[in-house]
Design a protein around this ligand. Structure first.
Ligand code: SF4
Ligand code: SF4
Length: 165
């Protein structure tokens, strides 16, 4: 297999270009129950590449479970063992950064982050909107809006300008 996968966040957000039987509220395909790992990776990617890194982050302020925190680069992370899936942070984010389906599951994202389970990976790719998750053999390429999330995962996102990266 190619060494990496590329997740196109734009395609994942788009209600076009895939064949959902019905459209959930955010316009995403209903991923299979076996694709929780992809949701985990999407969450990490969105926090890293889509989130505007608000200095007074309202999502952190509103969280009743103290489940969100920011690192020294301003990147948000969520403690899945604390999160109660209330979705207050989704509602309050002024940029619509978070999607409610991130919060439907409490799971260990580390299991998926290295993509070591080939069967799971195949399921993610098959259950994703067409072209949203692909196997690639390439490096980070900011000119194409492609950034490195981890050793095995590239993410395509049109980032807002920041000097914090
Ligand atoms: S969904 Fe989770 S992270 Fe978001 S505000 Fe509620 S408890 Fe906090
Ligand atoms: S409110 Fe939204 S954009 Fe701002 S830090 Fe939280 S998730 Fe990011």
């Amino acid at each position: 297999m190619a060494q990496k996968i590329l997740i196109d966040l734009e395609k994942l957000r788009s209600p076009l270009g895939h064949s959902c039987d019905e459209s959930p509220p955010e316009g995403f395909c209903g991923f299979s129950s076996n694709s929780q790992g992809l949701k985990s990776i999407r969450e990490l990617a969105v926090f890293q590449f889509t989130c505007r890194r608000c200095s007074e982050a309202p999502c952190i302020e509103v969280c009743p479970a103290d489940a969100l925190e920011k690192d020294d680069r301003g990147i948000i992370s969520r403690s899945t063992n604390l999160c109660i899936s209330c979705k207050s942070c989704v509602v309050i984010c002024p940029f619509g950064t978070k999607m409610t389906d991130f919060f439907e599951y409490h799971r260990n994202k580390e299991n998926y982050y290295d993509l070591s389970d080939e069967k799971e990976l195949e399921l993610w790719i098959r259950n994703s909107p067409q072209g949203a998750v692909t196997r690639v053999d390439m490096e980070e390429d900011p000119e194409q809006h492609i950034y490195k999330l981890s050793e095995h995962i590239l993410v395509r996102e049109r980032m807002w300008f920041t000097d914090k990266l």
